[in-house]
Design a protein around this ligand. Structure first.
Ligand SMILES: [Zn+2]
Ligand SMILES: [Zn+2]
Length: 258
């Protein structure tokens, strides 16, 4: 399995993109940094775009991808919960903000919206996919993706503390999980349901207690402010040493082979 980090952050700047992962060039996890990083040819190769929740930084490129699909004559398979589908249809692809790509053209809409439900497995192009609820301020799922040759990754999307139930359902080799800000934002993170290193620690300890191991952990959705990110990196290095685990910050363009 080849994983490319298209976007590793929660804000877009010239050098950072909104969090998006690409698996084997065919599956995208979230859509904050898809069209800004992929050629049309690469966009055409996508077999599925899996959305975790409806916050803007995770769905931002769906309208742009729809327009590319229309102009370059391909279709896009998007997987999302009913809540995310409704937000897209009502607030973005509503004929006012942007074209109604979920419905048009009537005979063959450019975006095929496949409804997913938490804990109901689906298969796309030989990959087994399991959406698992996570703890965020709006309904959200993470995705466990297992490749045809048995490699498994879990992408948690946005989440706050409280993942012990989620851990029951997954056994990944690599865990992509958010850590939005350094520890002095912990109160804010608890409120907005994000993670800081100290909150992440509790979640990883609960994972290890339950599963008896820790996967390789790669962090995404960081605030790109350099001071914050440097501090975060230092706190994460301390945490990795404490837990004797591999925990690193993702960056745009990062490639991983498992
Ligand atoms: Zn969110
Ligand atoms: Zn987010």
């Amino acid at each position: 399995m080849k994983i490319r980090v298209l976007g590793a952050h929660n804000c877009e700047t010239r050098s950072t993109r909104l969090v998006t992962l690409l698996i084997d060039d065919v599956l995208a996890l979230d859509a904050g940094g898809l069209t800004s990083t992929l050629t049309i040819r690469a966009q055409k190769k996508l077999k599925g775009v899996l959305l975790t929740h409806h916050h803007y930084d995770h769905i931002r490129d769906i309208p742009a991808l729809g327009m590319n699909a229309l102009l370059h004559e391909f279709t896009v398979n998007v997987c999302a919960t009913p809540v995310v589908r409704d937000v897209l249809a009502t607030h973005l692809l509503n004929g006012q903000v942007y074209a109604e790509f979920l419905k048009k053209p009537e005979d063959n809409p450019v975006i095929k919206l496949n409804i997913i439900r938490p804990l109901q497995k689906l298969a796309i192009d030989g990959y087994d996919i399991l959406p698992v609820p996570v703890a965020h301020s709006v309904p959200a799922v993470g995705y466990q993706v297992t490749s045809p040759d048995g490699k498994t990754v879990f992408y948690a999307g946005d989440t706050g503390p409280g993942l012990s139930e989620c851990w029951q359902y997954i056994s990944p080799q690599v865990l992509f999980i958010e850590t939005t800000a350094p520890d002095y934002y912990t109160d804010f993170a608890r409120q907005a349901q994000h993670l800081t290193p100290s909150l992440l620690k509790q979640e990883l300890v609960s994972f290890r207690d339950l599963k008896g191991y820790l996967p390789r952990v790669i962090l995404v959705h960081m605030n790109p402010n350099p001071d914050q990110q440097n501090l975060l990196a230092a706190q994460v290095a301390t945490l990795a040493a404490e837990l004797n685990a591999s925990i690193t910050l993702a960056h745009e363009g990062m490639r991983l082979f498992i």
